[in-house]
Write a protein that binds this ligand. Structure first.
Ligand code: ADP
Length: 249
């Protein structure tokens, strides 16, 4: 066990988050922290509350109750500071189909206030990190889904954030594209803290150093992948923890 407190290294904090849509509870009392340098899989079946939680953590959606912070900045009280240290890859990110990766990423960089030599070096960095060289000047609508996802990833890291939140980053990709995107995520984790949502069990084994499992809007498990599978296989544990009533962590 390490000596440090969770607070000193937590880059993402969700504290008592609740979201109600009328009578419907999308998430209830969601608490977890993500430590610096980890790749945390936010795992759960469809409809579990992953996107809702991530939209709250990234400041796109106000919670009905609770608090969220990124790198120590409250997502609502210190919105601007939080947005500077955070990159967000939404599930179907807005890409401008007629633009090229080059013009789109330049535009995103400019809207983030990056200029001149710093913008050029940011564009060179993301082109290299996301391996976009061969498609740099092709229209986005002509690219494969895998390349489009890499352009989305590039926009989320153009400002070199410390924290990266990704909603289902490999969803809808073919096996080769999945491998490439997972490797990119692992490379990015060398200097970033990453939270990624997924409903795919293999993603946990392939990439995660930590798992937070959500089902029906409630956290059911929070620990390492090996703790999750200590007593049973991943599929059995997932089933046990996501079946409707009586599930405990
Ligand atoms: P996940 O990302 O895990 O698939 P979501 O966070 O998208 O789950 O959704 C959690 C639950 O909240 C689902 O039952 C979904 O139908 C519901 N939900 C999400 N957004 C809304 C909304 N705007 N209005 C009403 N219900 C919603």
């Amino acid at each position: 066990m390490s000596e440090h407190t969770a607070q000193s290294t937590s880059q993402i904090v969700a504290e008592g988050l609740c979201k109600y849509y009328g009578q419907f509870t999308a998430i209830e009392d969601v608490n977890f922290t993500v430590d610096q340098g980890s790749i945390t899989a936010f795992l759960g079946p469809n409809g579990a509350g992953k996107s809702t939680t991530m939209k709250i953590l990234t400041g796109y959606l106000a919670p009905s109750a609770g608090n969220a912070s990124i790198a120590g900045y409250d997502v609502y009280e210190q919105r601007l500071e939080a947005s500077k240290v955070l990159g967000y890859l939404p599930e179907n990110g807005p890409l401008y189909p007629t633009m090229t990766p080059s013009s789109f990423l330049r535009f995103i960089g400019e809207t983030r206030g990056i200029k001149g030599a710093a913008l050029k070096s940011a564009l060179d960095r993301v082109a290299e990190q996301c391996q976009l060289g061969e498609v740099w000047h092709k229209a986005i609508h002509k690219l494969s889904k895998g390349f489009r996802q890499r352009v989305g990833l590039a926009q989320s890291i153009i400002h070199d954030p410390k924290v990266l939140i990704m909603d289902e980053p490999t969803s809808g990709l073919d096996p080769n594209q999945i491998r490439i995107v997972r490797q990119l995520i692992k490379d990015l984790a060398k200097d970033k803290t990453i939270l990624l949502s997924t409903h795919i069990l293999q993603e946990v084994e392939a990439i995660a150093t930590r798992v937070v499992l959500i089902s029906e809007g409630r956290i059911r498990f929070d620990g390492t992948p090996s703790e999750l599978t200590e007593h049973a296989g991943l599929e059995d544990r997932f089933y046990e923890l996501t079946k409707t009533e009586g599930a405990t962590a």
